[in-house]
Design a protein around this ligand. Structure first.
Ligand SMILES: [Zn+2]
Length: 228
């Protein structure tokens, strides 16, 4: 059990502002979707929310967070010892694994369904899996997007292990091979993971491209997408 969150903030405040009157602190742990800490000043009260992923962190880490947040809000220089203490802790294996899990649970998209009006994405995936991957790919969550986006046709979201396909493809005018190509492309992203996570960049290395050419209706599908 932690000594006292308020106490840590009061002490840190005193160090940063030795003569200023002590404000009232409301400090709590909060269930953010990732490591996130917020501070705001209202009616001379200081409201602080610290990611509950830091609940088990040593006092020195909480102290570092207090320093960073208070220095920021009172426009004081932030000591690098504190930022590096905090960064080192967040980068540690434990917290990274924990925050990945939490992101999966808390950040899960609310409406998720592979069932469309015309096409079922799970069936498409399973069929392609047998045809092209010997059934060896583990099926991620398959879901239609909530909006009918023409700009973002599909993407694989590694944080939620989900393939999202734009709902524009769930239509009688869309030939099956076009939708299959879209899903096949995302399956190749599953098979060839991009090392750099978090970036939206779609990386298609030489192996990826060679394998994409194995899709028989590739040219037809590309032509269809071009006129979508
Ligand atoms: Zn891609």
């Amino acid at each position: 059990m932690r000594a006292n969150l308020n106490q840590i903030f009061q002490e840190t405040y005193r160090e940063l502002r030795p003569r200023a009157p002590m404000p009232e602190f409301r400090v709590e742990f909060y269930a953010f979707a990732s490591v996130n800490n917020t501070i705001r000043l209202r009616d001379s009260k200081v409201y602080v929310r610290i990611s509950d992923l830091l609940e088990g962190a040593p006092d020195s880490v909480i102290k570092a967070v207090a320093h960073i947040l208070l220095a920021k809000i009172y426009r004081q220089p932030i000591e690098t010892a504190h930022t590096s203490r905090f960064r080192r802790y967040v980068a540690s294996k434990d917290i990274r694994a924990k925050s990945h899990l939490v992101r999966q649970m808390r950040g899960r998209k609310r409406v998720q369904s592979p069932h469309g009006i015309f096409y079922n994405l799970e069936h498409i995936f399973d069929e392609l899996n047998l045809r092209f991957f010997h059934g060896l790919l583990a099926r991620p969550q398959m879901t239609w997007s909530q909006i009918r986006s023409r700009r973002r046709l599909a993407h694989y979201d590694p944080a939620h292990n989900t393939i999202v396909v734009s709902r524009v493809f769930d239509h009688s005018r869309v030939p099956r091979y076009a939708l299959e190509y879209i899903v096949y492309h995302e399956m190749l992203h599953l098979k060839h993971p991009v090392k750099l996570r978090g970036s939206r960049r779609c990386v298609h290395g030489p192996e990826f491209q060679a394998e994409e050419k194995l899709f028989p209706e590739l040219e037809k599908a590309k032509a269809f997408l071009h006129h979508l």
